[in-house]
Design a protein around this ligand. Structure first.
Ligand code: SAJ
Length: 432
C-alpha cells in the first residue's frame, strides 16, 4: 500500500459531493486532482475558493489548495484511485440517465493502468457499476476487468454511495458508516483500504449491486416516511386536529417514530432517487411510487391553501418565509418552498414578498412577477399574511407578540402557539 503522500487520487465531478470528498482526501496528504467539465468551477477551486455553500468547506479547500494537495483541471491525469461523483438525473418519464457516469468512465479509460481502483459514488440504478466495468472492458481490451472470468483482474471496480446530509457534509463524510460494494470481494477490499484512510465510521463490504440498491433504499425509506407524515397532515386538517401534536403524542409510543410534515419533499436526492427503484420494477413498487405522489401532491395542496388564504384577504400583502429545500441551508434545488412561493407570486404579483436570508436576489422563477425580496423585520411590519415554508432558525425565533395579528399558514409547525387563521380547504391531491 502506498503512503498517503504518494497516493494519487482523481475525483471526477466537483459538485456538492465531489468537491468536499476531494478536499477531505487531500487533507490526508494524498495528491488529489479534481476533474470537472466546467472551466469556471476548475478556476474557482484552483484559486482556493468554492462555488458551493457548505459549512467549513471554504476553509478546508483554501488550505489543501494552498498546500498543493488539491488541484483542479478539465483534463484527467493518471492516478491510483478514481472516484466518480457526477450527477445521475432522470428524464421526464423518470428513466435514470447514467450518461455522465459512462462519460466519466470513458474519460478514466484513457489513463487507466493495471493496479488502479475505480469507485463510483453517484447515486445510480442497480447494475450501473457492472455497466462501467463492461464499458472499461470494451475501451481497454488490454486490461483484465473484474468479475468476467475466474482469473485475477488488473483493476478493481466498486460502488460506494455517498450518504452525507447537506449542511453536515464534512462531518458525515468522516463519521458515517460506508457501504462498499465490489464487483468482486477483492475489488471491495481494495476500495475498503482507500476509505479507511479518511472514514472514521464503520466500512462494510458487500456486492456492487447490493450497495447500489442500499443507497436507493435509504432515500426511498425517508421519502415513504415523510409521505406518511404529509398524508397525516391532510387527514388532521379534515379532522380539525393539530397534526404536530398528534405526531408528538404518537411518538411517545416506544416503537413509533413519525417524521415531520412540510410543504413537500425537496433537494436533489429524496425527490429523485425513489424513482430509480420504481423505474426498475414498476409492478412491485406501488408504495414507493405513491409516496412520491403524496409528497409532490402536498406541495400542490399547500399552494391551494395559501392561495385561499390570500384570496380571502383582498389587498393584504403576503410574506413567504423561505425558499430553501430545508432549514438553514442555501440550496434551492427541487425546493417545494420555492415552488409554492413562485406560484403565489405568479398569481398575486407585487402583493407577494419573499423572506430568504440565504438569498441575495430572487431566483429567475420570480422574474416579471413583481414579487420582492425583503427581510424578516420588514415582513413583520408590512405583511398581514405569512406563509411559513422553511423552518430556518431565524423564523422559528419570531415571538407570538410579533405575529399574533397575522393570518398564518405554517407548513412546518414552527409556531405552535399561533391562533388559527381562516378555515382551510382540504383534500389530498395526487400529482399525475
Ligand atoms: N423533510 C420533511 N420532513 C422530515 C424530514 C425531511 O418534510 O421529517 C423534507 C426536507 O424539508 C427536505 C427533504 O425532506 O425538503 C429532504 O431533506 P432531508 O434532510 O431528509 O434529506 P437531504 O435531501 O438533505 O439528504 C438525504 C439524506 N438521506 C437520508 O436521510 C436517507 C442524506 O443522508 C443523503 O446523503 C442525501 O439525501 C443524498 O445525497 O442522497
Amino acid at each position: 500500500m502506498v503512503s498517503d503522500s504518494e497516493l494519487k487520487v482523481v475525483v471526477l465531478g466537483l459538485g456538492y459531493i465531489g468537491l468536499p470528498t476531494a478536499a477531505v482526501i487531500a487533507r490526508t496528504g494524498a495528491m488529489v486532482l479534481g476533474v470537472d467539465v466546467t472551466p469556471s468551477v476548475v478556476d474557482t477551486v484552483n484559486s482556493g475558493r468554492v462555488h458551493i455553500e457548505e459549512v467549513d468547506l471554504d476553509g478546508l479547500v483554501s488550505g489543501v489548495v494552498a498546500r498543493g494537495s488539491l488541484r483542479a483541471s478539465t483534463q484527467i491525469e493518471p492516478a491510483d484511485v478514481f472516484v466518480i461523483a457526477v450527477p445521475t438525473p432522470f428524464a421526464e418519464d423518470h428513466a435514470p440517465n447514467i450518461g455522465y457516469v459512462l462519460q466519466a468512465a470513458t474519460t478514466i479509460a484513457a489513463v487507466l493502468k493495471a493496479g488502479d481502483t475505480i469507485i463510483l459514488e453517484s447515486t445510480s440504478p442497480v447494475g450501473t457499476t457492472e455497466k462501467v466495468r463492461d464499458l472499461l472492458a470494451q475501451l481497454r481490451p488490454d486490461l483484465r476487468v473484474p468479475g468476467r472470468t475466474g482469473e485475477a483482474a488488473d483493476v478493481a471496480i466498486a460502488y460506494c454511495p455517498e450518504r452525507v446530509l447537506p449542511g453536515r457534509i464534512l462531518v458525515e463524510l468522516i463519521d458515517n458508516d460506508r457501504v462498499i460494494g465490489g464487483i468482486t470481494p477483492r475489488c471491495a477490499r481494495k476500495a475498503l483500504a482507500f476509505y479507511r484512510r479518511f472514514v472514521r465510521g464503520a466500512c462494510v463490504t458487500t456486492t456492487a449491486r447490493a450497495a447500489e440498491m442500499t443507497k436507493l433504499t435509504e432515500n426511498a425509506f425517508r421519502d415513504v416516511n415523510i409521505a406518511f407524515a404529509n398524508e397525516l397532515s391532510l387527514v388532521a386538517d379534515t379532522m380539525g386536529v393539530d397534526v404536530w401534536e398528534v405526531i408528538r403524542l404518537a411518538n411517545r409510543h416506544p416503537r413509533v417514530n413519525i417524521l415531520q410534515p412540510g410543504p413537500g419533499v425537496g433537494g436533489h436526492c429524496i425527490a429523485v432517487d425513489p424513482w430509480f427503484l420504481v423505474h426498475a420494477d414498476p409492478a412491485n413498487t406501488p408504495l414507493i411510487r405513491t409516496a412520491r405522489l403524496v409528497n409532490d401532491g402536498k406541495t400542490d395542496h399547500v399552494v391551494a391553501q395559501a392561495a385561499a388564504l390570500v384570496e380571502a384577504r383582498p389587498g393584504a400583502t403576503v410574506a413567504c418565509l423561505g425558499l430553501a429545500f430545508k432549514a438553514n441551508i442555501d440550496d434551492f434545488r427541487e425546493s417545494p418552498a420555492l415552488k409554492v412561493a413562485a406560484d403565489l407570486a405568479a398569481r398575486f404579483g407585487p402583493r407577494v414578498a419573499i423572506v430568504e436570508p440565504y438569498a441575495d436576489a430572487l431566483p429567475a422563477a420570480f422574474d416579471g412577477t413583481g414579487a420582492t425580496l425583503i427581510d424578516i423585520d420588514t415582513a413583520i411590519e408590512a405583511c398581514a399574511i405569512m406563509i411559513v415554508l422553511v423552518d430556518h432558525d431565524v423564523f422559528r425565533s419570531v415571538p407570538l407578540e410579533e405575529r399574533r395579528d397575522k393570518a398564518v399558514l405554517d407548513t412546518r409547525g414552527i409556531w405552535p402557539d399561533q391562533p388559527a387563521a381562516a378555515p382551510m380547504p382540504t383534500g389530498l391531491r395526487l400529482a399525475s
